[in-house]
Design a protein around this ligand. Structure first.
Ligand code: NAD
Length: 248
């Protein structure tokens, strides 16, 4: 299926590994010109090789809101214009009510909520002016069903999801869609640091497998496609059945 976005441009935040890399690969395969960022030059160069094509790599640490804005500004300057934005970053460390201090919430909010908001605030006005744009936020199954051992992550992403929903409705008439891709357990560096091994990770998922970052990337690319023009303000669970609630 041709997603109808060949020749478009995209910025994929934290596209140097894991789910962001999966999204960057899928968009590039659709003929999209992609800029990715990450903190580490060597990792970015490895990612560029894995993605193939004419990918732009930008060094950025997304732990502050201003760095989110700067990434979008740099990507836009390199690409000429920005049609597609995939917001993403690293994840906050595990923690419960008992052992999450107040500063940890601020850190998570800065990286996993406010930096994403700044990316959107930077990218969306020009998309609206041109009458076409796609935003896909990589968030978490924790938005649908808060994860008790990822307190700060769950709290920050819930705030971001409200922002995405309200903004999606505000800009919908201008041809800009805003959705989130909500991962359950995918076997990435992040999950390998939290869960002892892949079998243990898979045992918590109804499908009894862990997600593949490349499959996840394909779902992101679809949400950014021409055909997804009537899908906005939604969150797509990609979780092997992990979330058990009814409401979207
Ligand atoms: P990952 O650690 O495998 O990859 C993230 C990439 O972003 C890495 O290249 C890392 O170096 C880079 N990065 C980390 N912190 C950064 C920062 N401050 N600035 C710029 N780049 C940074 O992670 P992942 O599994 O791909 O997860 C991506 C996001 O999705 C995270 O926020 C994570 O919490 C969330 N998530 C992942 C899963 C999963 O199953 N993998 C599930 C739910 C939510």
């Amino acid at each position: 299926m041709d997603l109808g976005i060949s020749g478009r441009t995209a910025a994929v935040a934290a596209g140097s590994a894991g789910l962001g890399l999966g999204a960057a690969k899928a968009l590039t395969a659709e003929g999209v010109r992609v800029a990715i960022c990450g903190r580490d030059a060597a990792k970015l160069s490895e990612a560029a090789t894995a993605i193939g094509g004419d990918v732009i790599t930008l060094e950025a640490d997304l732990s502050t809101p201003s760095s989110g804005r700067e990434f979008v500004e740099q990507a836009t300057a390199e690409l000429g214009q920005l049609d597609i934005l995939v917001t993403n970053a690293g994840g906050p460390p595990p923690g419960t009510f008992e052992n999450t201090d107040l500063d940890s919430y601020q850190t998570a909010f800065d990286m996993n909520c406010r930096a994403m908001i700044e990316m959107c605030r930077s990218a969306i006005p020009a998309m609206r002016d041109r009458g076409w744009g796609r935003v896909c936020a990589i968030t978490s199954v924790g938005v649908k069903q808060p994860i008790e051992y990822l307190m700060a992550s769950s709290v920050a992403r819930a705030g971001l999801t409200s922002f995405l929903k309200i903004t999606a409705r505000e800009v919908a008439a201008d041809g800009v869609t805003i959705n989130s891709a909500q991962p359950g357990t995918h076997w990435t560096d992040r999950v390998a640091k939290i869960v002892p091994d892949r079998e243990t990770a898979a045992s918590t998922v109804p499908a009894r497998i862990t997600g593949d970052p490349d499959d996840f990337g394909a779902a992101v690319a679809f949400l950014c496609s021409e055909q997804a023009k009537f899908i906005t303000g939604t969150g797509l669970l990609i979780d092997g059945g992990q979330a058990s609630g009814l409401l979207d």
